[in-house]
Design a protein around this ligand. Sequence first.
Ligand SMILES: Cc1cc2nc3c(=O)[nH]c(=O)nc-3n(C[C@H](O)[C@H](O)[C@H](O)COP(=O)(O)OP(=O)(O)OC[C@H]3O[C@@H](n4cnc5c(N)ncnc54)[C@H](O)[C@@H]3O)c2cc1C
Ligand code: FES
Length: 282
Amino acid sequence: MTTTHAHAKVSPDAYLPMMGKVVEVREMTARENYFRLELPRPLGHRPGQFVMVSVLGIGEAPISISNGPTTTNTLELVIRRAGRLTQVLSELKPGDLMGIRGPFGSGFDMSWFDGKEILIVAGGLGLVPLRSLIQPLVANADKYPSITLLSGCRNPAEELYREEVREWSKHPKLRVIRLVDGTENMPWDGEVGLVTAPIPKLDIKPDRTIAVLCGPPVMYKFVIIGLNQKNLPHDRIFVDLERRMKCGVGKCGHCQINDVYCCQDGPVFRFSEIEHLPEALL
Ligand SMILES: Cc1cc2nc3c(=O)[nH]c(=O)nc-3n(C[C@H](O)[C@H](O)[C@H](O)COP(=O)(O)OP(=O)(O)OC[C@H]3O[C@@H](n4cnc5c(N)ncnc54)[C@H](O)[C@@H]3O)c2cc1C
Ligand code: FES
């Protein structure tokens, strides 16, 4: 199979974690905490890459890089409590250390977006890695005829990066549509409906638009149905996939889907590269 990705270069930090110091922690929702870390050196990442985060004696997990590329030593993460490791991570305070390996994965090549109309669809935690792409897109908005963000979550209390998303929505080049599945009687100034609901009304030009999706597996299926109705070719749809990962460097096989290694070939793929793999979007 041909992929658009050369195997990502394995960084010098691939095997030995560097210690990142927590300099800011903020509760974002009942389940997610935002962390800003200071690293011994700049990470040198691309949007869409991830790091392996560890706590000595507890374990290690893949976590998306949430800030755009930077020349500073800053790393931003959002961590949802899922099990033992993420619970321990969620209890860390300023001054505590996290082990960081990476960056891993191929991520997004910013040149793909030059001159294109861009549609970004983020479901729930999917906004966390996509923020690393949205930040440089917004910073260079003149390069793109239009940028549309559909950002959906289950209810208003689960909205991530709420102040920043509101700031983006004031940008003249950016159209932001914020949706919740239901308001559950909470105040809400966005739309109510699934993140797919606005797609039929969007002006999607099949030869000029690029779509980027990240969210729960069920979201991909319905977004792609919507994009098919707009005749958007599958090599113009980029999906960001989550898989169980262990090594991050193509050695252990944990993240393998047939001949594709998510940790190295992904987690960002053109949909045309993986649509023949039935288990890719499970
Ligand atoms: C490329 C990538 C990027 C990720 N980015 C983030 C991120 O930015 N923020 C974040 O909070 N999480 C992210 N995750 C998920 C995160 O890695 C898992 O939640 C974490 O490994 C759980 O570890 P644990 O030891 O706390 O829980 P465990 O005890 O291992 O698991 C707790 C529960 O979560 C489920 N689970 C664990 N890992 C995954 C997974 N990868 N996919 C689906 N279900 C899983 C388990 O089945 C179990 O039900 C990412 C995963 C990948 C592969
Ligand atoms: S995580 Fe080990 S091969 Fe991908």
